[in-house]
Design a protein around this ligand. Sequence first.
Ligand SMILES: Nc1ncnc2c1ncn2[C@@H]1O[C@H](COP(=O)(O)OP(=O)(O)O)[C@@H](O)[C@H]1O
Ligand SMILES: [Mg+2]
Length: 289
Amino acid sequence: MGPLAQPLRHSGSQPPDDAPTSRLEMSGINVAFGGVAALTDVSLTVEPGQVHGLIGPNGAGKTTLFNVACGLVRPSAGRITWRGQELRRLKPAQLTGLGIARTLQGVGLFPLMTVLENVMVGAHRHAKAGFFSALFALPTSDKDEHRLRERAMHALTELDAEQYAGRYPGSLPYPVQKRVALARALVAEPDLLLLDEPASGLSEEEMHELGDLVRSLSGQMSVLLVEHHMDLVMRVCDRITVLDSGIQIAAGTPAEVQADPAVTEAYLGDEVEAGPTTASTPEGGATRV
Ligand SMILES: Nc1ncnc2c1ncn2[C@@H]1O[C@H](COP(=O)(O)OP(=O)(O)O)[C@@H](O)[C@H]1O
Ligand SMILES: [Mg+2]
């Protein structure tokens, strides 16, 4: 197991074996951009402690649904329920307080903060000091500051990125930036982790480690995994929802989805024809079906 595969251990105040109990339900979601339907009556439930995959061809609406879950896109119809409570007018700034963390498609680190500072922002949920004091090293106490740094360094170490703590994100290779973004999401010890294409730009080996990491997280939190690398999705997900042109065309276990002709036709056709061994995708990743 590589360093990415080591689970981030709960530390301090939380009991180590607290089973996740938080369910995310999205139902009847509709989104239109300029009159063009991006999502039509889509429903998806991320069960507590499960890894839920969201797949589909480019333009299927995956990121749009992800953004609905983040509060970045407001649906014209539908409900989002988190831990049994409807989230109306959800805003991204509320996520951390709700126990939800995300990484965006791309990286999304703050370019003018060091790697360590970026991760410290993610740890804010556990810090007693305010947001700005945490950022600008004006903590209410040195102890808060110290604990925040320790937690952030711990998360970086778990993701084998501690050696980059003092660097600025823009100076680092893309896969390292992605690990830092993941450390920033995990340091808040969320109950729900939202990942949009975490494997893009990663090597085969890094992708495998990412898969092990996501699997190891599932005992501690729920994960919504938006991904187009089939082998990763099939390996790590408990359940999968398939979108095509903003419509849900299939849902079920990896085996069920794989066997669904609608999925084969819409999304997996070429890759299935490529045979059971690993084939290259245009994105440079590998796809096995
Ligand atoms: N901000 C936006 N403005 C207009 N159209 C958008 C916007 N975001 C996404 N779309 C459109 O919505 C559809 C779904 O896109 P997206 O959710 O990004 O798909 P995916 O992530 O599955 O590739 C596409 O047709 C895309 O062009
Ligand atoms: Mg997308």
